[in-house]
Design a protein around this ligand. Structure first.
Ligand code: 13P
Length: 252
């Protein structure tokens, strides 16, 4: 059975102190009222990770970086390696977010290296894919997203591929308040799963959690999560409020 996962992506928000308070609040709410069968992850800025790991029960609330370096170590000023992330106690790394692809020039070649280093260090990549509005309007979103997978993660062995979490995030729905309809989400998630089955096997495809991201909130999460191929969410804005995040965790 594949896992249900609700992961927060705090992006470039909160001071360390605010982040620790938020993490503690989520930790407390999840311990008291959180759906037990949902894997909960907090994607914090690098500066917060160690403090957040200390502030939560990591058996219940996992911690994620939002990026890592494309090199293992060395003279790369300002970079944070996958090994460094691992040494904090974090277990996940969000990779290939559309904001990184768009604003920081992350190409498929760079992502290949980051995915490989993340896996080599025993971390779980939360690999993001998704199309921009013009592609959706042209109706070529399926080919676009499958091509993203082909260029960045379909080179992995089946054994490594099974370790991934995939997040489908239509760019036109991120931070816009405009959510994909439940049909649009299900259709793309099924397309992704079918492509995995064709590339690897149905067994591998059935094991991979595919999360939806893009203006998910407590009010629309139940409808999105009711789809057979939607296995949870990657949550931006709504993960910055503990109660809203809990509402999404409990949306199943
Ligand atoms: P929002 O939930 O703010 O739309 O962000 C989604 C996202 O980009 C999560 O990675």
């Amino acid at each position: 059975m594949r896992k249900k996962v609700v992961a927060g992506n705090w992006k470039c928000n909160t001071s360390v102190q605010e982040g620790v308070e938020l993490a503690k609040a989520v930790n407390e709410l999840v311990a008291k009222e959180g759906a037990e069968d949902v894997v909960v992850v907090l994607g914090t800025p690098f500066t917060h990770i160690t403090s957040v790991v200390d502030a939560v029960d990591t058996n219940r609330v996992g911690v994620s970086a939002q990026n890592c370096a494309a090199e293992a170590s060395g003279a790369y000023t300002g970079e944070v390696s996958a090994a460094m992330v691992k040494s904090t106690g974090a277990e996940y790394v969000i990779l290939g977010h559309s904001e990184r692809r768009e604003y920081y020039g992350e190409t498929s070649d760079i992502l290949n290296k980051k995915v490989a280093l993340t896996l080599e260090n025993g971390l779980t990549p939360i690999y993001c894919c998704g199309e921009a509005l013009d592609i959706r309007e042209a109706g070529t979103q399926k080919a676009y997203v499958i091509n993203q997978l082909e260029e960045t993660i379909f080179n992995l062995s089946a054994e490594d591929f099974k370790k991934l979490i995939i997040a489908y995030e239509p760019i036109w729905a991120i931070g816009t308040g405009k959510t994909a309809t439940t049909e649009q989400a299900q259709e793309m998630h099924k397309d992704i799963r079918d492509a995995i089955a064709a590339k690897y096997s149905q067994e591998v495809a059935d094991e991979i959690s595919i999360l939806y991201g893009g203006s998910a909130k407590p009010s629309n999460a139940p409808e999105l999560f009711a789809n057979p191929d939607v296995d949870g969410g990657l949550i931006g804005g709504a993960s910055l409020k503990a109660e809203d995040f809990l509402g999404i965790i409990n949306a199943y």
